[in-house]
Design a protein around this ligand. Sequence first.
Ligand code: ZN
Length: 137
Amino acid sequence: MSVVRPVTNRDNAYFFEGTSRGELRIQRCNACGVLRHPPGPACPDCGALDRGHVVAAGEGTVFSHVVHHAPQVPGKELPLVIALIDLDEGVRMVGEVTGVPPEGPDALQIGDRLAVEWNVIDEELTLPIWRRVEEQG
Ligand code: ZN
């Protein structure tokens, strides 16, 4: 399948190494412990270059979202629902949400809970995809 492949580099390689193992990784400063996403070479809090990561639980809350109607994205059926997700660990991440209609009463809402799933593209690439956690009762 043809998809938009993320550009991997030294700053984000840990993230895609994680997704291929079913881990949603968040960069962590080894000096002060601050979590950050998207990743970068230096800690925005203390400036340290010593980077590690933690594995997120894989759940979060919709901060905002957009419905992407155009342009066409290779390997994707439009429209796409793209959300800004506040992970429970306290960082914000962009992600595609599957299984929700783009509009209407069942459309994604701010505050909806999401859980990550894994979209295995091929042996080299696995991407996170998010699905709404339906309220219990
Ligand atoms: Zn730091």
